[in-house]
Design a protein around this ligand. Structure first.
Ligand SMILES: [Fe+2]
Ligand SMILES: [Fe+2]
Length: 241
């Protein structure tokens, strides 16, 4: 198996005023990447109109486009419509599922889930006390379990985890410490480390940094657009599952 090239960007927060900003760099994406991953917060407020902007910007590319949604995409309470618009444009939208893409250099499996907050080892929320607190933590636990099942479902040469929320604190450096519990959860890293995974992609942390690693040694990359400051970054994987 050769080297698989994974393109990725998150937090493009599209609305009509942004359409066209990314497209010039996307038209030749196949020359640089075998797949393009979108790490959530594709829209500004999760409206169908904004989803149409995402469809126009990321539809019809020469490589498969695989996405998860972010918290902004949920804000309008119209996730089903938003997802449908993206899928109609040819994008694959994952939430607790996996998909395998055949590339000329091997089969690339992507497991996707939005994830959620809760914080990181030693400073995390626990399912204790008020029902609202238990609901918060249980949503994270549920999302992490979805990610594990999605990773386990993949039969592929290379396995990638795609989330919106961060699995590690490394990539949050630059964000206020006070909001770390709202930026990710260690449970996502546990999910990733439970299954052989070559790369973990996330967004959400606009003021964070690009590079991190899970406790199990999986490479983590924060591809939030304000962090990578380009249409997409490319990560090369030459390991096998
Ligand atoms: Fe964002
Ligand atoms: Fe976000």
């Amino acid at each position: 198996m050769g080297r698989v090239r994974v393109g990725a960007v998150g937090d493009v927060h599209l609305d009509r005023d942004v359409v066209g900003r990314f497209r010039p760099a996307l038209d030749d994406v196949a020359e640089h990447a075998d797949i393009l991953l979108l790490a959530g917060d594709l829209t500004r407020h999760g409206t169908p109109e904004e989803a149409e902007c995402v469809a126009a910007e990321f539809g019809g590319l020469d490589v498969p486009v695989v996405a998860v949604l972010g918290n902004h995409d949920y804000h309008g309470d119209r996730v089903t419509e938003v997802t449908g618009i993206l899928q109609a444009a040819g994008l694959t939208v994952l939430e607790g599922e996996g998909t395998v893409v055949e590339t000329q250099n091997g089969n690339l499996g992507v497991a996707g889930a939005k994830g959620f907050g809760g914080g990181f080892a030693g400073r995390c929320a626990t399912a204790f006390g008020e029902p609202e607190m238990k609901d918060f933590v249980r949503h994270t636990e549920f999302s992490a379990s979805l990610l594990t099942k999605a990773l386990e479902s993949l039969e592929c040469d290379v396995r990638v985890a795609l989330t919106h929320y961060s699995p590690v604190p490394d990539t949050l450096q630059g964000e206020p410490l006070e909001i770390y519990p709202f930026l990710g959860s260690y449970l996502l890293a546990e999910a990733i480390d439970a299954v052989p995974t070559q790369l973990a992609i996330h967004g959400h942390a606009h003021a964070g940094v690009e590079r991190g690693v899970t406790p199990g040694g999986v490479r983590v990359r924060n591809v939030a657009h304000p962090v990578i400051r380009q249409a997409y970054s490319v990560f090369v994987i030459d390991q096998t599952c």
